[in-house]
Design a protein around this ligand. Structure first.
Ligand SMILES: Cc1cc2nc3c(=O)[nH]c(=O)nc-3n(C[C@H](O)[C@H](O)[C@H](O)COP(=O)(O)OP(=O)(O)OC[C@H]3O[C@@H](n4cnc5c(N)ncnc54)[C@H](O)[C@@H]3O)c2cc1C
Length: 453
């Protein structure tokens, strides 16, 4: 057991939590739980992170980075007793509006970046549905996506430079030229380095935004509308989907006025600086929806649009009222296969007898089939259905994760998804940057696939 008093002397007593009652709270993320950590540390500066990492390296104790723990793949949960490094106190936020840049600490809550930039007519486009809770550190580590990423790109597309601390406690400031080290850290789920600051690119706010809702009798029709719209060249600002069960759950919980009897809903925005183009793109979307059997309603004003988007962001909390636990899948499939895949997953859910709902960033081909369960549900049945969903995505030339990461929950499927030589390459990169395996061990790469070197 490391002597944490030595660490507390270096960084300050109030930054090291050792009481069991405190530590237990840090074994969870939004989907699963792990070991109770030996200590939780709350750095307030890069210098603190350096001390923590040097202490951990000297003691040979694993480190588990953590943002808001809104992750949905077990990325921040400890796999063995170690140190949880919670970045929530590193909330520095400086704007350089003339350069359209925000320089932020990892603990800054995602939405705060856009809030701070709004007076300058700027915003930070990546908008995970969790943006009121998730942090920039977690967003970079997972390369988070969100509704706006269909048109604007994902978190990694907005990162110019990253400050990070390596496994030996050395600080680096890395730009995107030459070896593009930020590119390596983004999406590495806390396994290669600790992100302590990020330089984020901001975009001018669009002048016009229009919102549309289309409801369908059946999930496959909604997916067909998306394939049709994309084939017609529509570039929506957002293009999201909820199946009928999600809509009913949201309505029962929050009463937003969605059509409760629907089989599936599409929600879409178009945006830009030319009002006519924005309206034309919306009409193209409406045509695609109608051609697939959809009933289209345009939001009358910004307040109605905001209510519809709040309904979409409320899916996860609403599902929590049906069953306390859920297995949240995050597959991505080619848009041309969407209709086939959502129907196939619906059939898998029905055959399993478990409650299964689907929603997601359908414009990106990113679907979130969720299996809902409770303590009485046999876990084997849940895992079997999750595996069938993962294999369905792979069979349709898709991938295991669009944005939530591999972490622990998708790790069992990595061998089916990634050829052995590529898994070995991942492991070689991991060993090059973290030779002692201290950073977030036990995640992403299945043990049996690790390189024998
Ligand atoms: C209701 C709900 C809706 C969601 N919607 C979306 C969505 O639309 N899109 C999306 O992409 N995700 C979504 N998520 C998942 C989650 O919010 C994202 O993965 C988010 O990026 C996690 O941020 P966090 O701060 O909570 O990170 P955590 O969950 O704490 O950690 C996530 C990963 O980042 C690592 N990490 C955290 N901070 C650092 C750091 N400073 N340095 C290195 N590694 C670090 C952790 O080790 C872990 O592997 C949703 C989650 C919920 C609960």
């Amino acid at each position: 057991m490391p002597d944490f008093r030595l660490l507390a002397e270096k960084i300050g007593e109030g930054k090291v939590l050792l009481d069991l009652a405190d530590r237990v709270l840090y074994r969870y993320d939004a989907i699963t739980s792990g070991e109770v950590p030996l200590a939780v540390v709350l750095p307030e500066s890069t210098a603190d992170v350096v001390e923590i990492m040097r202490f951990a390296a000297a003691a040979g104790t694993p480190v588990f980075p953590r943002g808001a723990a809104s992750g949905l793949s077990g990325g921040s949960v400890p796999t063995e007793p170690g140190i949880v490094v919670s970045f929530t106190r590193m909330t520095g936020l400086e704007l350089e509006p003339e350069k359209r840049l925000a320089v932020v600490g990892p603990g800054v809550v995602t939405l705060e970046v856009s809030r701070a930039a709004a007076p300058y007519g700027l915003y930070f486009p990546p908008d995970p549905a969790s943006y009121r809770q998730s942090t920039i550190g977690g967003n970079l580590a997972e390369n988070a996506g969100g509704p706006q990423c269909f048109k604007k790109g994902v978190t990694g597309d907005y990162v110019e430079q990253v400050e990070w601390v390596d496994a030996a406690g050395q600080v680096h400031v890395s730009g995107r030229r030459a070896y593009d080290l930020p590119g390596l850290l983004i999406g590495s789920e806390g396994t290669l380095g600790l992100i302590t600051r990020a330089w984020l690119r901001l975009e001018p706010l669009p002048r016009y935004t229009r919102t549309l809702m289309a409801d369908f009798d059946e999930v496959g029709q909604a997916a067909e509308a998306v394939s049709r719209a994309v084939a017609a060249g529509v570039v929506a600002a957002k293009l999201e989907f909820m199946d009928g069960a999600c809509v009913r759950a949201v309505e029962e919980a929050f009463s937003f006025g969605l059509p409760a009897g629907t089989g599936a809903l599409l929600l879409a925005d178009t945006d830009g600086d030319d009002a006519d183009v924005v309206a034309e793109e919306l009409e193209l979307l409406a045509e695609a929806a109608r051609a697939s059997g959809g009933r289209v309603r345009l939001a009358a004003d910004a307040a109605e649009a905001e209510r519809l988007w709040l309904a979409r962001r409320s899916v996860s909390p609403a599902l929590g009222r049906i069953k306390p636990f859920r297995m949240n899948e995050d597959i991505v499939v080619p848009r041309s296969r969407l209709a086939e895949v959502v129907r196939e997953i619906r059939r898998l859910g029905d055959a399993s007898g478990l409650p299964l709902v689907q929603f997601g960033h359908i414009g990106d081909g990113n679907l979130h089939p969720n299996i809902l369960y409770d303590k009485q549900t046999p876990l084997e049945a849940v895992h079997e259905l999750a595996e069938q969903i993962a294999l369905t995505a792979l069979r349709h030339e898709g991938v295991l994760s669009g944005e939530h990461g591999i972490g622990l929950t998708k790790k069992p499927f990595m061998k089916a998804a990634v050829p052995p030589e590529q898994l070995r390459n991942l492991d070689l990169v991991k060993r090059a940057l973290d030779p002692s395996g201290l950073l977030n061990p036990g995640k992403i790469i299945p043990d049996e696939a690790k390189a024998n070197i």
